[in-house]
Design a binder for this molecule. Structure first.
Ligand SMILES: *Cc1c(COP(=O)(O)O)cnc(C)c1O
Length: 425
């Protein structure tokens, strides 16, 4: 490597993150005491604080039994409220617009119950062609649920020929031209495959101007890039917490519904006892009285032991702050990009993520010109202790996460690629 290893060590001294707050796993059965863990976009690392906090919640159950609902140090009945403030700050929302519940795809469905209301000509759903499969299945099944043909109802926006990512104007021009047939726009804030950060504000404005409802899947955006959902006038959004939010596999997810929709009695919604006003919940009446907050979308009483890890993680984001994380993220990903430039120039590898830091988060996706992505990541792990993430057939994703990744992790990735992938002859 022309950029020497010492340069990475120097940058780590000058610009340390918060790695000491996380468990960094070994790689290849301990041969590498610390992996170069670049897969935080797939599953974030465990904060060291999580275990003790989770055990404290378990301990309350053993000591208090049912009384823990009211008497635990963190009482279970209003437990979800502890997560609301930090989640709202993270996505740029008002507290009444944000709640942590369920999992991501479940939440997308619950939100589409309210916000996908096909009517006559205005029935189509716009997604990106590189939508995450779960989102594709969700919107197709929603179309079918309404008695519509998914093949004609779901529109998949493709990049221009020869381009890897969608241009904002390609989306906004489409919405301006076809808007009167579109009921719902549902896009990924940061695309899971290419790492492209969409212009959420501009696309939301264009969709709403066209008369559509605009929702965002923020799985790869939350905790990765700064968000201002309220000010951007987003109708609704949902995200998971096990990627950049480090809350553990299958962790509870988050939901945003814009203030203008709260308390609207005309919106259909699926309800349960957690949808009703907390003060009247135990009156055991047959008809609910939903609050004028996003909590009206809650259905069941939440799993407390699953909430603990989300709370711990959100508190960490709150204390570090997204602006500081984003600044370090731009520096760290910029360093990885410089390293990859050196490696990709004479190898069958192409970075498909936009080069402009304003159009991406921390992830850089590399398309490999030969061989399988899964095979390459396996070699990176066993031969170099580098943990990355393959999307078959030909994309490998590297995400230096600003909370815990290091410049040296980035250097290890580039060095590993340089020795693993043969140069063009
Ligand atoms: C990770 C991810 C999901 C996963 O859905 P779950 O319901 O959490 O299993 C869905 N959509 C996108 C865009 C994702 O990146």
């Amino acid at each position: 490597m022309r950029i020497p290893e010492q340069e990475a060590h120097r940058l780590d001294k000058a610009d340390p993150g918060h790695r000491h707050l996380f468990h960094v796993p070994p790689a290849d059965g301990g041969r590498y005491p610390e992996a170069a863990y670049l897969a935080g976009n797939s599953l974030g690392l465990q904060p060291r604080a999580t275990r003790a906090e989770l055990l404290a919640d378990l301990e309350a159950w053993s000591r208090l039994g049912v009384e823990g609902h009211l008497e635990a140090e963190r009482p279970w009945l209003p437990y979800h409220e502890l997560l609301t403030g930090p989640a709202a700050r993270l996505v740029g929302a008002l507290p009444e617009e944000t709640v942590v519940m369920n999992s991501l795809t479940v939440n997308l469905h619950l939100l589409m119950v309210s916000f996908y209301r096909p009517a006559g000509r205005r029935s189509r759903i716009v997604v990106e062609d590189a939508a995450f499969p779960s989102d594709s299945y969700a919107v197709r099944s929603q179309a079918r649920f309404h008695g519509l043909d998914p093949d004609t109802t779901v529109i998949r926006l493709k990049p221009r020929p020869g381009e890897e990512t969608l241009r904002t104007e390609d989306v906004t021009d489409f919405l301006a031209a076809e808007g009167d047939t579109i009921a719902l726009v549902l896009l990924g804030g940061v695309n899971y495959l290419t790492g492209e950060l969409m212009d959420i504000a501009a696309i939301t404005a264009a969709g709403r101007a066209a008369g559509a409802v605009v929702g965002w899947d923020l799985a790869h955006a939350v905790g990765n890039v700064p968000l201002a959902l309220h000010d951007w006038d987003v109708d609704f959004a949902a995200w998971c917490s096990y990627k950049y939010l480090n809350s553990g596999p299958g962790a509870l997810a988050g939901v945003f519904v814009h203030q203008r929709h709260l308390g609207n009695p005309d919106l259909p919604r699926f309800e349960g006892w957690w949808s009703t006003e907390a003060t009247t919940r135990f009156e055991m009446t047959p008809v609910s009285r939903p609050p004028a907050t996003v909590e009206a979308w809650q259905i069941s009483n939440p799993p407390i032991f699953a909430m603990g890890p989300v709370r711990t993680s959100l508190e960490l984001f709150d204390s570090v702050g997204m602006p500081a994380l984003r600044e370090r993220s731009v520096r760290l990903t910029g360093f990885l990009e410089r390293l990859l430039d050196e490696v990709t120039v004479d190898r069958p590898l192409t970075v498909v993520t936009p080069r402009d830091p304003a159009r991406r988060g921390c992830q850089l996706s590399v398309r490999i010109g030969a061989g399988s992505a899964a095979e390459l990541t396996k070699r990176l792990r066993h031969e170099h202790g580098v943990i990355a993430d393959a999307r078959e057939p030909d994309v490998v994703r590297f995400a230096p996460v600003p909370l815990y990744s290091t410049y040296h992790d980035c250097w290890r990735v580039a060095d590993a690629l340089a020795t693993t992938v043969e140069q063009d002859r």
